[in-house]
Design a protein around this ligand. Structure first.
Ligand SMILES: [Zn+2]
Ligand SMILES: [Zn+2]
Length: 349
């Protein structure tokens, strides 16, 4: 039986290297040779530091990594679309396929006991090979790279969905609070969708500098006072038509709402925690639409892949650190420090 190297996350900010059998694809499944497997904020928040999750975020001791991208090396019986050699992005949650959420393409919202997310309840991308459902795989178009694909499988998909929810367009100025990987993605895609001005806020100076250096934001600031000045200057004090919080912090959520223009749209994408705000002042009297948005759908992820090609954008621009699987401990340490752009485990040719 062939074996492969993989990584589990036992908690306590550690990684565990394991040897596992290379799985065989069953009906409707494909075996992927992994090429990119990026680290997500939710891996850090709910698994790496300690196993906090329950329900959809319950980590069941599987091979970690829910942002997988690779190459088909074997197909199970009855494959309908994919063949050996195809490059694919994996929508990282396999649902039951027959509930309302699954039929909408949002397997992330599936409540069935058949639902399983890679890296949470079924083996993920931090291994040389990964078993995936053919129905969860999307073809990765040229000239997108495997690292581009890994980033789309969760973070860029999530950012795109938040922007779709806000109906962001060339009519809008965009505020992004939190310039971690999802915030950077939101800024990049928001501009591609037409936002005429992009303002970003993050307490981490390296992240603000990264956003500015990549040209993703017109103005980058580090705190709410500087943001108030920036919004006053760039929008004549009116606020941004669209604001998206990618931080999950209570203060940043409040600030995002505060600087959403009257009749504008605000989206909470950053996970966890709570928020309290003056409902009449910040929401009702400003006639604001406030949305929650969680991951994305299969269809929107496929659209995004196509549009990235047309926009000539490469998500991997936000990757600041690349590691081999054998260096996973260092990769997680860097991702946990909260100063980096995206951290990705890669398999070079
Ligand atoms: Zn993720
Ligand atoms: Zn379902």
């Amino acid at each position: 039986m062939a074996t492969m190297q993989g990584v589990r996350l036992p908690g306590n900010s550690t990684v565990e290297h394991v040897t596992a059998e290379v799985p065989e694809p069953g009906p409707g499944q494909v075996l992927l040779r992994m090429r990119g497997s990026s680290i997500c904020g939710s891996d850090i928040r709910a698994i790496y530091r300690e196993h906090l999750g329950h329900g959809a975020e319950a980590y069941q001791g599987v091979i970690a990594g829910h942002e997988p991208c690779g190459e088909v090396v074997d197909v199970g019986p009855g494959a309908r679309r994919l063949g050996i050699g195809d490059r694919v992005v994996v929508y990282h949650i396999a649902g039951c396929g027959v509930c309302d959420e699954c039929r909408r393409g949002y397997a992330v919202g599936c409540h069935s006991s058949f639902r399983a997310a890679h890296g949470w309840q079924r083996d993920g991308g931090h291994a040389e090979f990964m078993l995936a459902e053919e129905a969860s795989c999307l073809l990765l178009p040229e000239p997108l790279t495997f690292v581009d694909g890994a980033l789309v499988s969760c973070g860029f998909g999530t950012a795109y969905e938040g922007l779709l929810r806000a109906q962001a367009s060339g009519l809008d100025r965009l505020l992004v609070t939190g310039l971690g990987p999802v915030g950077l993605a939101t800024a990049m895609l928001g501009r591609a969708m037409g936002a005429t001005t992009v303002i970003g806020m993050d307490p981490s100076a390296p992240r603000v500098h990264l956003a500015e250096r990549l040209g993703l934001v017109d103005v980058g600031v580090g705190d709410p006072e500087a943001l108030a000045d920036a919004v006053a200057e760039t929008t004549s004090g009116l606020g941004c038509e669209v604001a998206i919080d990618c931080s999950g912090s209570a203060a940043a959520r409040e600030v995002a709402l505060r600087h959403t223009r009257g009749w504008g749209r605000c989206v909470f994408v950053g996970e966890g925690g709570t928020v309290s705000f003056a409902v009449s002042d910040l929401l009702i009297h400003k006639q604001i639409s406030l949305h929650g948005s969680w991951v994305t759908s299969l269809l929107h992820m496929e659209q995004l892949l196509e549009r990235l090609v047309r926009w000539d954008l490469h998500p991997e621009a936000v990757v600041t650190h690349r590691y081999a699987l054998s260096e996973a401990a260092e990769a997680y340490r860097v991702a946990d420090a909260g100063e980096a752009g995206k951290v990705c485990i890669v398999w070079e040719d």
